[in-house]
Design a protein. Structure first.
Ligand code: UDP
Length: 312
């Protein structure tokens, strides 16, 4: 029975990943500071034999007894308001934290998958984004703590590979949504659904013509496991290339919820990327992976989840 450490395992993607690994009959040690992760996710996972939890920040020394084969590093606040709330902590997580996990991987001869992000491409001038594109990041803007932090995290992984032969996998995760997003997470899909269900105005930032490409969480988790178990180091884009405008997302959410909420336009945050869409040719060719859940199906599931959650 393989042992996985999942840092950020009480978070949105992390909790789904823990569930999938447990369902495969593997052991999971979930490490989470619960800064943005949820106690409720941990409680639900405790029902599985083979699950254990450590409340811990990855930048603090982490000692694990016994063998560890796989480390998935998903620890980092990921929504702009959350990662900007304490930019120093965000940078520390992606530098000190990643160095600590590389050392842990080396000590256990484990494989480390680093959750990187489409934000390494910044406000991209190339469209769609391929892994070879080096990006257009503002190094001194409000998003930089996350964008540059994740870029350094990638650097550290490849230095770990070059210097110590550490087995690393780098996944560049594009916008992902689904059940178990925190209602106050601050990202667009959860904001719109929560607003629509509460009868509040849907806050479209700017004119809503900016685009994103949204991947349902089950597709993402399949991709992460496939990359971990492949021979490819990456960096590899994982995301759904189905590109939509933010305004269209607002309209779809209104239609799906039957809400009478209005759409209002508020100020566009600084450095908000104008267009984003992954080129997933590499993942298709290497992993045989591509998303299967359509936006319409995924939004339906997510709305159903929030209806239940908010009604509690
Ligand atoms: N956005 C919006 N209203 C919201 C939250 C976000 O219009 O309540 C926009 C945001 O400006 C961005 C897009 O939706 O253009 C995606 O934002 P999110 O924070 O979900 O992710 P990211 O910007 O990191 O892709």
């Amino acid at each position: 029975m393989r042992t996985n450490i999942v840092t950020g395992g009480a978070g949105f993607i992390g909790s789904h990943l823990c569930e999938s690994l447990l369902a495969r009959g593997e052991r999971v040690i979930c490490v989470d500071s619960l800064l943005t992760g949820s106690e409720a996710h941990v409680r639900a996972l405790r029902a599985h034999a083979g699950f254990s939890f450590m409340r811990q920040d990855i930048a603090e020394p982490l000692r694990i007894e016994g063998p560890v084969e796989r480390i998935y590093n998903l620890a980092c606040p990921a929504s702009p308001p959350r990662y900007q709330a304490d930019p120093f902590h965000t940078v520390r997580t992606n530098t000190v934290g990643v160095i600590a996990l590389l050392e842990l991987a080396r000590a256990h001869r484990a494989r480390l998958l680093q959750a990187s992000t489409s934000e390494v491409y910044g406000d991209p001038l190339e469209h769609p984004q391929r892994e070879t594109y080096r990006g257009n990041v503002n190094p001194i803007g409000p998003r930089a703590c996350y964008d540059e932090g994740k870029r350094v995290a990638e650097t550290l992984c490849f230095d770990g590979l070059r210097a110590h032969g550490t087995q690393v996998r780098v996944a560049r995760i594009f916008n992902t949504y689904g059940p178990q997003m925190a209602p106050d997470d601050g990202r667009v899909v959860s904001n719109f659904i929560v607003q629509a269900l509460a009868g509040e105005d849907l806050t479209v930032y700017g004119d809503g013509s900016q685009t994103r490409s949204f991947c349902y969480v089950s597709d993402m988790v399949r991709g992460l496991i496939a990359l971990m178990e492949s021979d490819a180091t990456g960096p590899m884009n994982l995301g759904n290339p189905d590109e939509r405008t933010v305004l269209e997302i607002a309209q779809r959410v209104l239609a799906l919820t039957g809400s009478r909420s209005r759409i209002v336009h508020v100020a566009l945050p600084q450095d908000d990327p104008v267009r984003r869409k992954p080129d997933i040719a590499l993942a298709k060719a290497t992993l045989g992976w591509e998303p299967q859940v359509t936006l319409e199906e995924g939004l339906k599931e997510t709305v159903a989840y929030f209806r239940k959650e908010i009604g509690k």
